[in-house]
Design a binder for this molecule. Structure first.
Ligand SMILES: C[S@@+](CC[C@H](N)C(=O)[O-])C[C@H]1O[C@@H](n2cnc3c(N)ncnc32)[C@H](O)[C@@H]1O
Length: 268
């Protein structure tokens, strides 16, 4: 039997789905008094995935299961052909297919930001942005189905699970952070009265930000260093996904410059 997990990620979780699938097949065969089939498992991820770790975990998995004979990786996008025709019996994917092949072109081409600081503009555009994403998903997911249909044997099965952030958790997420202006600082210090201000200097954080936070990756790494504990505490293990989404978002033309200009005070 050929079993694949598409969008496997790295780390111990990468083999969890495959392991569950092989156990289920084994258990089922025992129930119906059939010898379990020899199994080949393949894990797919984008070429930048850490396959070193995945391969080590695959070796451990093979050693722990009698039925797994062949293990391997299939790097590439699941929006392309990855496997030979009529070769797969079970295709699994968990928490991966919400990743689109690209951001909707209607938005990027027309420089329509997904998130606008102006709440009114943001609310007004929301249906259009939502529709653009929905259309891209429809296109990508249809392609995914078409490709996998070619690779699955007749009667093969596909198990898909998609995850989203809990709305209640999203609505109750507050970052305890405030970037005050120099006027506000002055006002509070004077109102409190214990100190007098001898000198107040405002440096321009954008000078250091042009070098330190010059790329989406650096910017996201910086956010990660600042906010990872608070995000993980509130949402659970979503940090890798958050970092990928944020990097993708800030790779859009002009979005990083806008964000840096907007949050410069807060970040310093
Ligand atoms: C949130 S992780 C899920 C990992 C794992 N399946 C799980 O449930 O823990 C999503 C994974 O999908 C991968 N991914 C995103 N787009 C992909 C694509 N077009 N082709 C292959 N993998 C992709 C990402 O690199 C990431 O490793």
């Amino acid at each position: 039997m050929m079993i694949v997990d598409v969008g496997c990620s790295s780390g111990p979780n990468a083999v969890a789905l495959i392991s569950t699938a092989t156990d289920a097949i084994h258990g089922n065969c025992l129930q119906i008094n059939q010898p379990p089939p020899e199994v080949c498992v393949l894990l797919n991820g984008l070429p930048d995935n850490d396959f070193n770790m995945v391969v080590k975990n695959l070796v451990t998995l093979r050693q722990s299961k009698k039925t797994i004979v062949v293990t391997g990786v299939a790097p590439g996008s699941f929006y392309e052909r990855l496997f030979t025709s009529d070769s797969l019996h079970l295709v699994c994917s968990s928490n991966s297919l919400h990743w689109l092949s690209k951001a909707p072109e209607d938005l990027t081409r027309n420089h329509i930001p997904v998130y606008d600081i102006d709440e009114h503009a943001r609310r007004e555009r929301l249906p259009m942005v939502h529709e653009a994403y929905a259309q891209q998903f429809r296109k990508d997911f249809s392609l995914y189905l078409e490709l996998r249909a070619k690779e699955l044997v007749s009667g093969g099965r596909m198990v898909i699970s998609l995850g989203v952030i809990d709305k209640a958790k999203f609505d109750s997420f507050y970052v305890p952070l405030y970037g005050s202006s120099s006027e506000e600082l002055r006002e509070i210090i004077e109102a409190e009265g214990s100190f007098s201000i001898r000198e107040m200097r405002v440096h321009d954080p954008r000078t250091y930000m042009t070098t330190t936070l010059s790329t989406p990756t650096r910017f996201v790494n910086n956010l990660r260093a600042l906010f990872e504990p608070i995000i993980v505490q509130h949402f659970g293990k979503v940090m890798d996904e958050f970092a990928m989404a944020a990097e993708l978002y800030w790779s859009l033309d002009g979005s990083l410059q806008e964000e840096r200009a907007r949050t410069s005070r807060t970040l310093c």
